[in-house]
Design a protein around this ligand. Structure first.
Ligand SMILES: *[C@@H]1O[C@H](CO)[C@@H](O)[C@H](O)[C@H]1NC(C)=O
Ligand SMILES: *[C@@H]1O[C@H](CO)[C@@H](O)[C@H](O)[C@H]1NC(C)=O
Ligand SMILES: *[C@@H]1O[C@H](CO)[C@@H](O)[C@H](O)[C@H]1NC(C)=O
Length: 305
């Protein structure tokens, strides 16, 4: 690419990020999830992932983990926009795939839980040499990596990731985050992580990432990692990850929160650990999927095909 082209592409990328509101935590959260995942890949999976990535990212999956947000409003990718979230009926605090996993027109499977299964199954066919040539395997990898972040990270909104229908996943609950105007969705999507970075990590994402990694290798979560990544039947696992998110949303995000409130230290200190844990879980589980799909073993998710 010559310099002018690069400038133009940079410009286009910047504009669509701004339009998408994809700056801020959603970006950092996705990047951390992907960095954790890539660091846990076994040899075979690591090779396949770098083979699928476009050359310009030099093998760094995290560079493209917000790609799915960047393209979701492009005409060609409009079909993907409902894949970023699940809206559950108000106050149900549960997830029922048959009831909840559809797009606004009612088309089944078109939600983040269906998408994870879809792109995992495409990658499995790729590994077995039976892939449908119409499907682009680089895109399947990027979608899967992004949606594993979405199903774990956000308080599902419109585009919320798992939230209630009528408030568009917290987007219509306006409030203050410390002294700034925000809304409940943005608090979970962006503000908690940015405040964490600013207050404890000198705004350095790598320092935060190291702390998260320490906590799952020999810190507070080290005994839980095996159960986080245990999965025989992908569709059951995906449903339970969505349920975890909805329960966190009910118990911790929405509870006691009303429009017009100010959320500050109490809310921040008690909720921050959940956000950090979801980033770790998202990364560990993405690695688990990629290792099973691309690994040497023939078992993997054979059932998911
Ligand atoms: C699965 O991916 C294909 C394209 O790769 C797309 O046409 C289809 O709508 C997707 N379905 C889901 C549930 O993501
Ligand atoms: C697959 O998708 C990527 C990302 O959109 C694109 O750069 C690449 O050209 C596509 N490959 C094919 C064979 O269409
Ligand atoms: C890591 O664990 C310590 C407690 O051992 C905790 O204080 C810290 O907030 C955790 N860090 C993250 C990013 O979860």
């Amino acid at each position: 690419m010559n310099r002018k082209m690069r400038g133009l592409v940079g410009c286009v990328v910047l504009i669509c990020c701004v339009l998408n509101g994809a700056l801020g935590w959603s970006k950092e959260g996705h990047m951390m999830t992907c960095k954790i995942a890539q660091s846990l890949l076994e040899e075979e999976a690591a090779k396949t992932v770098s083979h699928l990535l476009p050359e310009e990212v030099k093998g760094e999956l995290s560079e493209l983990c917000v790609w799915a947000d960047q393209v979701r409003h492009w005409y060609k990718y409009r079909w993907t926009s409902s894949l970023h979230f699940i809206d559950t009926p108000d106050n149900k605090c549960s997830f029922d795939y048959a009831r909840d996993c559809h797009d606004p027109q009612g088309k089944q499977d078109m939600c983040v839980a269906g998408a994870i299964q879809n792109f995992t199954s495409q990658l499995l066919h790729y590994k077995h040499g039976t892939s449908d040539r119409r499907h682009n395997m680089t895109e399947a990898l990027l979608f899967l990596s992004h949606f594993m972040g979405d199903i774990h990270q956000k308080l599902y909104f419109q585009p919320m990731h798992v939230g209630f229908t009528s408030d568009e996943g917290g987007n219509t609950i306006d409030l203050r985050w410390f002294r700034r105007k925000s809304n409940l969705h943005h608090v979970w999507d962006r503000d908690i992580i940015l405040t964490t970075l600013a207050d404890y990590y000198d705004k350095d994402v790598d320092l935060l990432l190291q702390d998260i990694e320490r906590n799952y290798t020999d810190g507070i979560w080290s005994d839980d990692v095996a159960s986080w990544s245990h999965c025989n039947d992908l569709s059951e696992c995906v449903n339970s990850w969505a349920k975890e998110s909805i329960q966190i949303a009910c118990k911790w995000a929405y509870k006691g929160v009303e429009s017009g409130m100010t959320l500050a230290d109490d809310y921040f200190n008690s909720r921050m650990p959940f956000v950090m844990k979801r980033i770790a879980q998202g990364g560990i589980r993405l690695a688990m999927i990629l290792n099973q799909v691309f690994g040497k073993s023939e078992e993997g998710f054979a059932a998911a095909t």
